[in-house]
Design a protein around this ligand. Structure first.
Ligand code: PRX
Length: 647
């Protein structure tokens, strides 16, 4: 059956910067002659020294080189702040909407410049130098953006740690990149509750567990008192009290690292995905402009968190490089009630709303209530990111939030890609709900089968990218081998996304989800290995296997199989304790939905757990288990099915 298609709204077609012909023309140029294409579009940002070299990239099985604009120099903070001062000094750079409905702030580019420069000088006072790493563990307040930009200004490499992570996870990330300073707040606020950020940092650094850290810089966001480590902790307001607002932006090479962002893979510890300055800024700003058909007077709201790549590229760097008014929201979509998102749209006259399917599904579950008493007529374009959007949620978003006249940009990309890769573009093609559709300029996607053979025409397979684009991650912090191994060795000659996709007869892409052991829970990327290692650290657990299962709101839920150590009772109390354990050891976002006690796990004779079977059982698909004859003990499967929770 042909997929339903929604036309691009006529009003948008009249004004949009692209149409089908322009897209095709630019796309063809970007693929046929990437050097010339990016030589031209690289100029969209400000360079201290212009580049003469554009692209030097090679995807080898054992050697990978990715360099863009190699000999250019620039500063990311300068691009987001200083260069707007001549024409946009009094324009609002950041609108902040607090957790509390009555709290808001407007920060102009002039004020942004002052705050960021002061903080940059403050960091220098703490001894932070070009190339040093700074961890940022902040709530969704403008100061989180100031912190990122201040690091960029002095050439320090930031590593933002999502504020939902627990002390153990903070310490892992801080130690991997040997951060010198941790920037945090006394407390965050979410849905009227306090989030004990400073206390989590205290636990992370206790007993010299993070030896590289010389200071913890604390922004006072609420009135809540916190414990104080003399000699280590520094109040933000005290440090900045006598800091100058004159701080020249450091001259950086295009390939100097801008930030590290830890993300989950199928195995082992989180990976420090490293992005560099030049290519990333070009790509983040260009995708932001074209995908959202940006206009000077837009009020743009990306409802993600700065702790994830979406917050980096599309709350901070992309929008601010484009001189856009970007809205930051501290709270949650359902507080004080389900109308919050729609009310923020009306209150700030938001024109572009970019959010995640999980938020849309949570609101959709309340029926029409989420739009109650609101107009949302300021909206022009909607965006979706982070996970597949099911056609029902797409339809609800389009009609209930967008009043049926705002196209939805279903943007597929990843922490590693730095910016949007596959997406509908305003006025280019009619939309197909649930389909990310077309590649962005310079992106050469393809499908391969499990043997790496390229698939042509309408097909389903593994999603790969055949050539580099400027926003691509260059390496993993301190581990280029793992970078090559993870992304370039599975299908030689290609960057492998880890996702599956379908291509239809029109050549449009639909992402079907991860084909590896990475979970996507409420748009949060989690590695099964990380959750398993948290579980086996508990004394009652002998072995644990974690798989995802389809979940109506979260997209995927977390299903855990646990074998307890001999002599331990597999009780309900233990189940509760293990759930709490994962929350505190890793993060509340990793909370298991189900824990099934299993005397044995299905393993091959070589001892490898067959997750395929565990996934099927978790999804209640007992008939399609596939071949179980290679299992060391096939009877394990019957016992797992018999004990399937809520079968
Ligand atoms: O599985 C894909 C899914 O999110 C993964 C990347 O997660 P992360 O690095 O945390 O970045 C999320 C924000 C860019 C991908 O491998 N994903 C992301 N966007 C989409 C998506 N799946 C389907 N449709 C999308 N639009």
């Amino acid at each position: 059956m042909a997929q339903a298609q929604y036309p691009m709204p006529a009003a948008l077609k009249k004004e949009a910067r692209l149409d089908a012909a322009k897209y095709q023309d630019m796309y063809t140029k970007s693929i046929n002659d990437p050097e010339a294409f990016w030589a031209e579009h690289g100029k969209r940002i400000s360079w201290f020294t212009p580049y003469t070299k554009v692209k030097n990239t090679h995807f080898g099985k054992d050697d990978v080189t990715i360099e863009w604009f190699r000999d250019g120099t620039l500063n990311a903070c300068y691009n987001c702040v200083d260069r707007h001062l001549p024409e946009r000094a009094d324009k609002t750079a950041i609108v902040w909407e607090g957790d509390d409905v009555d709290e808001q702030k407007h920060i102009t580019f002039r004020e942004l410049h002052e705050q960021v420069a002061k903080l940059a000088n403050g960091l220098k006072k703490l001894g932070v130098k070009k190339g040093d790493r700074v961890a940022i563990y902040m709530p969704m307040v403008p100061e989180a953006a100031f912190a990122m930009l201040a690091c960029a200004r002095i050439g320090a490499v930031h590593s933002v740690i999502f504020a939902g992570f627990s002390p153990h996870a903070i310490a892992d990330r801080v130690n991997d990149c040997e951060a010198k300073v941790i920037i945090t707040a006394n407390e965050g606020r979410r849905g009227s509750k306090g989030v004990a950020l400073k206390a989590n940092v205290d636990k992370a650094v206790a007993d010299n567990a993070c030896p590289s850290v010389t200071n913890v810089l604390v922004f006072k966001h609420t009135d809540t008192d916190v414990a104080w480590n003399q000699g280590l902790d520094v109040w933000w307001h005290e440090l900045l009290g006598d800091c100058d607002s004159d701080c020249p932006a450091e001259v950086m090479q295009a390939e100097d690292p801008l930030f590290i962002l830890y993300t989950s893979g199928s195995t082992g510890k989180p990976k420090g995905v490293q992005h560099t300055t030049g290519g990333y800024m070009v790509y983040a700003s260009m995708t932001h402009e074209y995908v959202f058909d940006l206009r000077e007077d837009d009020v743009y709201w990306c409802a993600a968190d700065v702790g994830w790549i979406t917050g980096h590229s599309y709350i901070v760097y992309g929008p601010l490089a484009n001189g856009t008014t970007t809205l930051m929201f501290e709270g949650v979509p359902t507080y004080p009630d389900e109308t919050r998102i729609a009310k923020i749209v009306d209150k700030h006259q938001v024109t572009i709303l970019y959010t995640a399917p999980t938020a849309i599904r949570a609101l959709m579950a309340k029926g029409d209530a989420a739009a109650r008493g609101t107009k949302r007529d300021s909206l022009r374009i909607l965006g979706s990111v982070g996970e597949p959007i099911n056609p029902e949620a797409w339809d609800w978003y389009f009609n209930r939030i967008g009043n049926g006249n705002c196209p939805i940009m279903d943007t597929f990309w990843q922490t590693e890609t730095g910016g949007i890769m596959i997406t509908p573009l305003p006025a280019v093609k009619d939309m197909k709900p649930g389909s990310a559709m077309t590649p962005f300029f310079g992106v050469k996607p393809g499908l391969v089968d499990n043997e790496g053979k390229a698939l042509q025409g309408a097909a389903e397979g593994n999603l790969v990218i055949a050539d580099s684009w400027p926003g691509q991650s260059r390496t993993l912090w301190g581990d280029h081998e793992r970078f090559i191994q993870t992304y370039f060795s599975t299908y030689p000659g290609y960057y492998f996304t880890g996702d599956g996709a379908k291509v239809d007869a029109d050549g449009d892409y639909t992402i079907t989800g991860r084909v590896d052991d990475v979970l996507n829970v409420s748009g949060h990327r989690l590695g099964t290995a990380e959750i398993e290692s948290a579980l086996v650290a508990h004394e009652a657990v002998a072995e644990a296997a974690v798989v995802g299962f389809p979940h109506d709101i979260k997209g995927q839920g977390i299903y855990v199989y646990v074998t307890v150590v001999e002599g331990t009772e597999a009780s309900d109390d233990l189940r509760k304790e293990l759930i709490k354990w994962v929350r505190t050891d890793l993060s509340p976002i990793a909370t298991p939905d189900f824990i099934q006690f299993a005397p044995g796990l299905p393993k091959t004779r070589s001892g490898k757990i067959m997750r395929r079977i565990l996934r099927k059982i978790a999804a209640n698909e007992f008939e399609s288990l596939g071949d179980t004859s290679t299992l060391a003990d096939p009877s394990v499967v019957d016992s797992l099915i018999d004990n399937r929770l809520n079968k």
